[in-house]
Write a new protein. Structure first.
Length: 182
């Protein structure tokens, strides 16, 4: 149990790809369950949103999306340390400080806050009397660039092998795991 707590709370040490994938997927599932558990009582439902869009009820749709943005922001703030811990330790395995993961997460949270506050958003007419908030062009460009960098981080953390042997951040998790298994 101590290893699981340290996995999600410490920024020190290294983890391998397998550990990173399993821990990230587990955390993603937990986050999705919590989001749905919170959003359902608040009236957020994809089917209800589709019905509101078809009925031209822009206010209900906008309100629903606004609630979802705030809930997502709060949940990702709560899960910030575990998200950072996994990313930084995985970057440590590749002999990197993990600063790039921290910057990515910080920018992601700033964009989520802007989205929740409606900063940088304009409205677009969807027809049928429905106008929805949409990001402005500069915000769209920032989102695309952040998405490209997120894909880069996914490839580096999820698919590239870590440093063989010990590095400045600790022992090779593959060698340490093999020694424990023997």
């Amino acid at each position: 149990m101590g290893n699981v707590v340290q996995l999600y709370t410490s920024l020190n040490g290294r983890i391998g790809r397998r550990t990173w994938w399993l821990a990230s997927i587990a955390m993603g599932v937990v986050i999705l369950i919590i989001e749905f558990a919170i959003l359902a009582p608040l009236g957020f439902s994809p089917m209800a949103n589709l019905g509101a869009m078809q009925a031209g009820d822009a206010a209900a749709l906008s309100d629903s999306l606004h609630k979802a943005q705030w809930v997502s922001l709060i949940i990702y703030l709560v899960f910030g340390l575990p998200i950072l811990a996994l990313g930084v330790k995985r970057r440590h395995d590749r002999d990197n400080s993990g600063l790039d993961v921290m910057i990515f997460y910080g920018l992601y949270l700033l964009l989520a806050l802007a989205s929740a506050l409606g900063i940088g958003y304009t409205t677009i007419d969807m027809g049928n009397g429905v106008s929805l908030p949409a990001p402005s062009m500069p915000l769209t460009v920032v989102n695309v660039l952040l998405g490209i960098y997120g894909i880069y981080l996914l490839v580096v953390m999820g698919f590239l092998k870590g440093t063989t042997g010990p590095n400045q951040y600790g022992a090779d998790p593959l060698i340490a795991g093999a020694a424990v298994a023997a």
